[in-house]
Ligand binder design. Structure first.
Ligand code: IMP
Ligand code: MG
Length: 181
């Protein structure tokens, strides 16, 4: 899989160091409030496991499964919720966890949906934030790394469901994206 990368952006040690910093901030911010994490599957699964183990607070964990890419490298905009029922968020302090903020459609839609269920607060944590003009405005509260507008894989991020298990994050070679997108 490594040979499919044009270059590595963040190796495993760099990601873990940044997670230490994010976990410290989140733990301080939620010290006096009971935290409910809503992780967006499948992309945030590695982040969820590594980040949550660094947060020494009592917390609840729920997952939401959505799809917007339908396998390719371009979002088509409409979001499909694969869950039958939404997590119970009424009166809770929610932290949405996702792998990457790209067009903003996914997180804006999920945020709206959760906010309509009466939570006490909603914040957003993403590992990566792409620098680009967004289709929907989203201001994440916790960001691991800002990246340029390039297609990246690894550490949970996929291309056609591959590369999620790469321990680092890298830019996928353009000819591989072009072949099937
Ligand atoms: P958005 O709705 O366009 O913000 O897209 C969010 C979702 O698209 C993420 O949760 C990812 O699953 C996927 N995505 C966006 N950019 C990338 C990327 O560079 N690599 C892999 N997946 C991406
Ligand atoms: Mg994806």
């Amino acid at each position: 899989m490594l040979q499919d990368l044009e270059r590595i952006l963040f190796d495993e040690a760099t990601i873990h160091r940044r997670l230490d910093e994010l976990a410290t901030r989140i733990s301080e911010d939620y010290r006096d409030r009971e935290l409910t994490v809503v992780a967006i599957l499948n992309g945030s699964v590695i982040l969820m496991a590594d980040l949550l183990r660094r947060i020494p607070l009592p917390l609840k964990l729920d997952c939401l499964s959505v799809a917007s890419y339908h396998g390719g490298a371009k979002s088509v905009g409409d979001l499909v919720f694969r869950q039958v029922s939404l997590p119970d968020v009424a009166g809770r302090h929610i932290l949405i966890l996702d792998d990457i903020l790209d067009s903003g459609v996914t997180l804006a839609t999920i945020r709206e949906k959760l906010e309509s269920a009466g939570p006490s607060s909603v914040r957003i944590c993403v590992l990566l934030e792409k620098k680009r003009t967004r289709t929907r405005a989203v201001e994440p509260d916790y960001v691991g790394f800002e990246i340029a507008d390039e297609f990246v894989v690894g550490y949970g991020l996929d291309y056609m469901e591959r590369y999620r298990n790469l321990p680092c994050i890298g830019v996928l070679r353009k000819e591989l994206v072009a072949q099937s997108a």
